[in-house]
Design a protein around this ligand. Structure first.
Ligand code: ZN
Length: 134
């Protein structure tokens, strides 16, 4: 994941929302990052701090993780991805190459590696707090 491009996107959407909500300045932006999304939170935070301006210049950024739910394409079982259950080397591999997840993660019911990420995918803005224009 390219954290800098991501930060740019987050700031652009935050700005749009803030304008729509008629905020004078934004105090806090809460960002959710899907568990299986390959984002380095410290880099993202740094990028956001470096690039924030205008209405967002005083904003603090909270970066939270979102749990990922996986859904088997064969038997339709859904389960939650739990990184604690995978050993460290595997977790690292998944972290660097998300496609690798399909090699390591299998459906707990039928054992199929054919699954999709049902929720907790991507990066999204969860909340924006700010000061309204009088
Ligand atoms: Zn299954």
């Amino acid at each position: 994941m390219h954290e800098w491009a991501l930060a740019e996107g987050i700031l652009a959407s935050a700005r749009q929302i803030a304008e729509k909500e008629h905020l004078q300045s934004v105090k806090e932006v809460t960002i959710r990052v899907g568990q299986l999304q390959q984002v380095e939170a410290p880099i993202l935070r740094f990028a956001l701090k470096q690039m924030k301006d205008g209405i967002l210049v005083k904003a603090k950024f909270r970066i939270l993780k979102a749990k990922s739910t996986l859904k088997c394409r064969v038997c339709e079982t859904t389960w939650q991805y739990n990184s604690k259950k995978v050993d460290k080397a595997t977790a690292e591999a998944i972290h660097f190459i998300p496609e690798v997840a399909h090699t390591y993660i299998k459906c707990p019911r039928c054992g199929s590696p054919d699954f999709e990420i049902a929720s907790g995918r991507g990066v999204w803005l969860e909340d924006i707090k700010g000061v309204k224009t009088e």
